[in-house]
Write a protein that binds this ligand. Structure first.
Ligand SMILES: CC(C)(COP(=O)(O)OP(=O)(O)OC[C@H]1O[C@@H](n2cnc3c(N)ncnc32)[C@H](O)[C@@H]1OP(=O)(O)O)[C@@H](O)C(=O)NCCC(=O)NCCS
Length: 172
């Protein structure tokens, strides 16, 4: 199990196939379903397929991917955060989602801010994007708090929904 980074209160580590129960819970929260979308992950089998084709595949292909956020005190899994490489963007975008009982405590900011530093200083990426629904006020606020600025409206290929594309251009 690989640790990606740690902050004052949190550890970010790569997912393993032992994290299926957490994935089922997180991907069926109201916030995930409303603002990210239904991935139809309901069973252990679905969660394994999601992890293998998503985060775990990305670690092997890109050296980074969506990872699990756990508290240092208790090692409780509370959310996911990380970078996602998409075919149609030249650099990854940052993604995050937390269980509702762990929002409003600054945890998402703490880990997302650390990922920005990691992307800039460790991965040495030139920029990081953020993609969000315009009505997702919490996500927009967080993306701006960690330094991203609005670029343009954006749609994924073959999808109608208009999203906001934000970007943090690093100067290294
Ligand atoms: C987007 C999401 C991760 C944001 O989480 P969050 O907990 O609101 O974000 P933060 O970590 O920045 O926390 C901010 C709040 O914690 C409060 N807070 C409490 N203790 C804090 C601390 N020690 N440090 C910083 N903020 C603290 C802040 O005052 C702020 O409160 P406010 O929302 O009333 O202004 C969360 O809403 C979520 O999981 N949504 C569903 C999934 C989703 O939409 N993902 C994004 C798709 S693009």
């Amino acid at each position: 199990m690989k640790k990606v980074l740690e902050t004052e209160r949190l550890i970010l580590r790569e997912y393993t196939l032992d994290d299926t129960q957490f994935v089922i819970t997180l991907l069926n929260t109201e916030g995930w379903l409303a603002f990210i979308g239904d991935k139809n992950v309901r069973t252990e089998e679905d969660a394994k397929t999601y992890l293998l084709n998503g985060p775990i595949k990305s670690y092997a292909e890109n050296g980074y991917g969506l990872s699990l956020v756990v508290t240092k005190d208790g090692l409780t899994p509370i959310g996911m955060c990380g970078l996602i490489k998409r075919d149609n963007l030249d650099c990854p975008d940052i993604g995050f989602a937390f269980l509702p009982e762990f929002t409003g405590k600054g945890y998402a900011f703490e880990i997302a801010d650390a990922i920005i530093t990691y992307a800039k200083d460790t991965l040495k990426l030139p920029r990081v994007y953020g993609i969000t629904m315009p009505e997702n006020e919490h996500s927009k606020r967080l993306l701006e708090k960690i330094g991203l600025s609005y670029q343009e409206m954006y749609s994924f290929p073959n999808q109608e929904k208009e999203l906001m594309l934000l970007c943090y251009e690093f100067s290294n």
